[in-house]
Design a binder for this molecule. Sequence first.
Ligand SMILES: [Zn+2]
Length: 73
Amino acid sequence: MTGTLIIAHPLEPHMTVITSPRERECERCGRRDSWDGDDETWRIAVVDGEKQAGNPHCLHEWDINGTFNPVDY
Ligand SMILES: [Zn+2]
């Protein structure tokens, strides 16, 4: 079997959401992260080979909504 296995349980449709990539972007400096579900951590997004790291001194203001708020250490 090849390709990506997508698990969709009819009684638990939210299970598919957990495996979906999530992204967040800082409204102040433009830093972009994507959620790594395997390691359960945010990773800096890479666009065209460039890390979207933004300003390292920025107190990031993420544009994510309130439905997903992992603790950010
Ligand atoms: Zn920022």
